[in-house]
Design a binder for this molecule. Structure first.
Ligand code: SF4
Length: 358
């Protein structure tokens, strides 16, 4: 790599794992520990990150895209993105032991869809048509839900009664893109109802807000995440729309020296499904190539945690394992502090106060 005098690495906080992803990964980890020798199947990628999936695959987990590929009676995990009732029914028909690792914030959107569909409302689901989460949510009430990706979809909608119309959203959308679609929907259907609370989740909102707040201090934004990770892609888009070039990388091996010509300050963040050790490896590569220091920029103090799902707790109890002892706890700040100290990387923390979120 090229060698400018030294590199300032702005480390966005929060970044990386959200509570839903952390819970889903813990579910598969726990099954591998508690059910040794048993085949563990996961429907779809447990979270959208290549490394997470590869690491589990190396430990024997089998990722499938169809319930038909799971043998009768086996354990199957539903991914953090959620599944449609049809998939749940297929699993029941094969008497699978289904463990539901759907993020509770996705389940909340499913519940809203079911509730309004039962009352005879039509639902406009703002999101990416082929994304696993949208496929799952839409499956809750396919006759009542139409997907809206952009304002260009609005003229093609079939609306029976514009006074019984609500919009819901995918949890990982760009806040700005969603706002554009919502504005257009309100213009087209002034009586459209809003969801009871925002469907774009706290983790998506916090990571996007942090990038937007910090990126103007940097000449380059690096987002650790996979290309099929919706929230990671949105982080790169937000930086670029605001005028800072951004690169989405799966890991440090994808760094290219030409990106750093004339760059002395980099903002480093990670999508909600990217493991923190991959972020650490990028820091190590940058410091090795350029020297420099890490400035941790705290924008939100994020403390959200989800417990293990009920379906896994039941399975653990049946096997004589007390689920209460299997606590999920994520402490990114402590892990990063230990990493920086161990590597002798100069670092300090600044607080950029623009709000507070869970
Ligand atoms: S990004 Fe949001 S909705 Fe998706 S798993 Fe994380 S917390 Fe849940």
């Amino acid at each position: 790599m090229m060698h400018p005098p030294s590199m300032k690495i702005l480390l966005a906080n929060p970044r990386g794992f959200c509570a839903g992803v952390y819970m889903a990964i813990n579910v598969v980890d726990e099954l591998l520990t508690s059910c040794p020798g048993e085949a563990i199947y996961v429907y779809h990628e447990i979270v959208h990150n290549r490394h997470v999936v590869e690491r589990f695959r190396n430990r024997g987990v089998q990722f499938i895209e169809s319930i038909a590929d799971v043998p009768e009676g086996a354990i199957v995990v539903f991914s953090a993105h959620g599944v449609s009732p049809e998939v749940r029914a297929q699993a029941r028909a094969k008497q699978l032991r289904a463990i539901d690792a759907t993020c509770p914030l996705v389940t909340k959107v499913h519940a809203e869809a079911i509730r309004f569909a039962k009352r005879g409302w039509q639902i406009l689901l703002i999101g990416h048509r082929t994304h696993q989460e949208v496929v799952g949510t839409r499956g809750e009430a396919p006759d009542s839900i139409q997907v809206v990706e952009t304002p260009a979809d609005i003229p093609h909608l079939v609306i029976v009664d514009p006074t019984k119309l609500i919009y819901l959203t995918q949890t990982t959308l760009s806040i700005d893109d969603a706002a554009t679609v919502i504005r257009a929907l309100k213009e087209a259907f002034p009586e459209i109802k809003e969801p009871p609370s925002s469907d774009i989740c706290y983790a998506t909102t916090n990571r996007q807000t942090a990038v937007r707040a910090i990126a103007p201090q940097a000449q380059l934004v690096l987002v650790v995440g996979s290309r099929n990770s919706s929230n990671s892609l949105r982080l790169t888009e937000i930086a670029e729309i605001d005028g800072t070039p951004a690169r989405l990388i799966d890991d440090a091996s994808e760094l290219r020296s030409e990106w750093f010509i004339g760059v002395d300050t980099v903002l480093l963040t990670a999508g909600a499904s990217a493991p923190e050790d991959l972020v650490h490896a990028v820091i190590e590569s940058l410091v090795r190539a350029f020297g420099g220091e890490v400035e941790q920029v705290d924008v939100f103090d994020e403390r959200m945690e989800f417990g293990l799902p009920g379906s896994l707790r039941s399975l653990l109890r049946e096997r004589g394992i007390d689920p209460e002892g299997r606590r999920i706890s994520l402490d990114r700040e402590r892990d990063t502090a230990v990493f920086l100290e161990e590597r002798g990387i100069a670092h300090h923390t600044v607080t950029l106060t623009i709000g507070r979120s869970t």
